[in-house]
Design a protein around this ligand. Structure first.
Ligand code: CAA
Length: 257
């Protein structure tokens, strides 16, 4: 498959998607989002891919939705485009998405990063929701996911001033997992993705879904969901292989069945 605005590669069970509009800081136009979500869905169906790495370049993960595309469009045109519907499909991806981010992570870029399950950031990363400065607000989950991630007060400050925070501050708030030098963020994220790609695929997917339930469901229902996931995995071949390998003191060979 050839794309205009993303690059795709596979390495040791990790599907790597690189946002590729470097001249305008990976601004997320409609076509880029379509390509990205189509490829995420394709990788989700590809048994050879067990984890997904999403990245941009050192200067920008993404500086937000493409303002050129929005500047002249009327409210009704944008509503008819239903441009955020494609974003909802990202939360249905069952394989873990690891974000390797650097530079500008703004607006839709921040919203995209918050769709990653684990994020490794470079020291030069700045993260924010500057929509208020354009006279609008986030439309792809920014007010909701940021608030859940960093808490009400910090989210208010970021959303109402539009000012970005540094990667270090983002790590303090749990918005990114860790911060490493710019030379290392991509390799660090790839290493982590490869490590996850070696685990039992079904367990990884059920755990991902179960962790998300911690935010979406009341505790009793989420615990119930977790327990059913546990029972389900007991029926997998990989459970037999994982436990047998432990007893035989060898590395398990997981098949995803
Ligand atoms: N859309 C379209 N083009 C963008 C862009 C965006 N979001 N962000 C940057 N660009 C373009 C610039 O127009 C510029 O293009 P030209 O070279 O053709 O002039 C190029 O990228 C480089 O940008 P700058 O010259 O501005 O670079 P800088 O280093 O001086 O500043 C920046 C970098 C602070 C990120 C600045 O570009 C900026 O503020 N960008 C806009 C950020 C923003 O407001 N994002 C939110 C968009 S709305 C949104 O995302 C809604 C949503 O919820 C989905």
């Amino acid at each position: 498959m050839s794309y205009a605005y993303i690059k795709v590669a596979v390495e040791d069970g990790v599907g790597v998607i690189t946002l590729n509009r470097p001249k305008i800081l990976n601004a997320l136009n409609l076509q880029l989002m379509d390509e990205l979500v189509s490829e995420l869905e394709r990788m989700d169906q590809d048994a050879d891919i067990r984890a997904i790495l999403l990245t941009g370049n050192d200067k920008a993960f993404a500086a937000g939705a493409d303002i050129n595309e929005m500047a002249e469009a009327s409210a009704i045109e944008i509503m008819k485009r239903d441009q955020f519907a494609v974003w909802d499909r990202i939360s249905l991806i069952s394989k873990p998405i690891i974000g390797a981010v650097s530079g500008f992570v703004l607006g839709g870029g921040c919203e995209l990063m918050m769709n990653c399950d684990i994020v490794i950031a470079s020291e030069t990363t700045v993260i924010g929701q500057p929509e208020v400065k354009l006279g609008v607000m986030p439309g792809a989950g920014g007010t909701q996911r940021l608030t859940r991630a960093v808490g009400l007060q910090k989210a208010m400050e970021m959303l109402l001033t539009g000012e970005p925070i540094t990667a270090k501050e983002a790590a303090r708030y749990g918005l990114v997992n860790r911060v490493v030098p710019v030379e290392a963020y991509y390799q660090e994220a790839l290493k982590l993705a490869k490590q996850i790609a070696q685990q039992a695929p079904l367990a990884v997917q059920v755990i991902k879904k179960s962790v998300h339930k911690a935010q979406d469901l009341p505790l009793a229902d989420a615990l119930d969901y977790e327990r059913n996931g546990f029972y389900l995995l007991l029926a997998s071949d990989d459970r037999k292989e994982g436990m047998q390998a432990f007893l035989e003191k060898r590395t398990p060979r997981f098949t995803g069945n």
